[in-house]
Write a protein that binds this ligand. Structure first.
Ligand code: ATP
Length: 198
């Protein structure tokens, strides 16, 4: 279980909630409310205060890379650092079934990074996040740039992982998507995070 206690940073009031394994919680709220700040604070990308623990182990007990292997994060604009798509994956062969299920060709690993479209980058970044086998996955509008067919595949893929025990926080502006993917909801408004009824 991921437990967050009084987590805060500039732009985010102290937030406390927990997330169980096998649970997907939708995070909703207006643009600029602090949803991305919340996710970034959980993965410890910016200075923040408060307590975050996984299975009773404090985040501070491990180094940043170890924490981010357990708590994966798919930003709204994923970062890339090499000139070929495949070099961003520790093992392209492991990624391939997910890549193909998401409608990308097997040779996408050889693509220069200048080639993938916004939606293709998002799907590739999702595969990268999933193949790292996190225990918790934080998704920031993962389907914003995708067509309806790809949205369905992503939702199905995440639902399978959740059934297998993955814990997910899913930021979405799409009310219908929130209802499809989650039973529990967090609302972020002006930096305040609270539980919200469905
Ligand atoms: N590093 C920063 N320092 C100060 N303020 C920031 C920083 N990063 C973002 N902000 C501000 O904090 C507020 C919340 O930003 P955030 O990106 O979390 O919004 P959001 O809820 O994810 O919005 P959207 O739905 O548009 O993605 C915004 O007003 C933003 O300008």
């Amino acid at each position: 279980m991921l437990v967050i206690s009084q987590l805060s940073r500039s732009g985010l009031a102290p937030a406390s909630f927990s997330l169980d394994y096998g649970e997907c919680v939708a995070v909703r709220g207006p643009s600029g409310a602090g949803k991305s700040l919340l996710l970034r604070s959980i993965v410890d990308l910016d200075p923040n205060s408060g307590e975050v623990s996984l299975d009773g182990v404090a985040r501070e007990a491990m180094d940043g890379p170890a924490w981010r292997r357990l708590v994966g994060y798919l930003p709204a604009e994923p970062g890339w650092w090499d000139d070929r798509v495949g070099r961003h994956f520790s093992d392209w062969a492991t990624a391939l079934p997910l890549v193909e299920r998401l409608g990308l060709p097997a040779d996408a690993g050889d693509w220069p990074l200048t080639r993938p479209s916004t939606g293709e980058r998002m799907r590739l970044a999702l595969v990268r996040a999933l193949t790292q086998s996190p225990k918790v996955l934080l998704l920031d509008e993962p389907t914003a740039a995708l067509d309806a067919a790809s949205v369905s595949v992503v939702e199905a893929m995440i639902a399978e992982r959740v059934r297998d025990g993955l814990a997910v926080l899913w930021v979405t502006h799409d009310a219908a998507q929130g209802e499809r993917v989650a039973r529990r909801f967090l609302r972020v408004e002006a930096g305040q995070v609270r539980e919200e009824a469905a």
